[in-house]
Design a protein around this ligand. Structure first.
Ligand SMILES: Cc1cc2nc3c(=O)[nH]c(=O)nc-3n(C[C@H](O)[C@H](O)[C@H](O)COP(=O)(O)O)c2cc1C
Length: 166
């Protein structure tokens, strides 16, 4: 089975720190993603200080896993770099998924916390991390060594597949 079928969101992490080179591998994977016109409009903020992780974990009700992660990777969409502005979310989505798959490959746990396009969430992140106006705070990816992980179940559903016409 490919990595895609092994990945699950991990929300509980051990206290062990993830080495810097593994974080760099995740960033390399993110930057390897496809993007419209190869614009690569992503930027990243890597957060590892406990007080910052706690503050981010309080930014919305589903952000709690941020508090006990080793690192947070904040993915940003730079509007000045996007060639087709309306495609920036797709570019960043591909980038995020690459990071999650690389984390699975490294034996790490990770979960994607949604921020964009919910303004109440993005404004808090923008202010706290001093993100400039030309960058969309897209998501927060929590990374750490997994303390527990859900089992993987195949989600293939043939009723969702249409051939030739809907
Ligand atoms: C756009 C997006 C936003 C998400 N936001 C959150 C979130 O805020 N908190 C969280 O714990 N999980 C979040 N998730 C993870 C989903 O809950 C998870 O992917 C889904 O339940 C399927 O489980 P799996 O990732 O283990 O396959 C998000 C995933 C995506 C793609």
């Amino acid at each position: 089975m490919s990595l895609i079928f092994k990945r699950r969101s991990v929300r509980k992490f051990t206290d062990e720190k993830v080495p810097d080179e593994l974080i760099e591998n995740l960033l390399k994977a993110g930057m390897q993603a496809p993007s419209s016109c190869n614009s690569q409009p992503w930027e990243f903020i890597v957060v590892s200080k406990s007080e910052d992780k706690k503050a981010i974990s309080r930014m919305h009700r589903f952000a709690k896993p941020a508090a006990n992660a080793s690192h947070l990777i904040i993915t940003l969409g730079n509007l000045n770099e996007a060639k087709v502005i309306g495609m920036i979310e797709q570019d960043l989505g591909a980038c995020n998924e690459n990071i999650l798959l690389q984390a699975t490959h490294e034996g790490l746990g990770a979960v994607w916390l949604g921020f964009h396009p919910i303004e109440d969430r993005t404004l808090k992140l923008k202010e706290y991390l001093e993100i400039p106006d030309y960058c969309i705070p897209f998501s927060v990816i929590c990374v750490g060594w997994p303390a527990s992980q859900g089992e993987v179940r195949l989600r293939y559903d043939e009723s969702k597949v249409h051939f030739d016409r809907y």
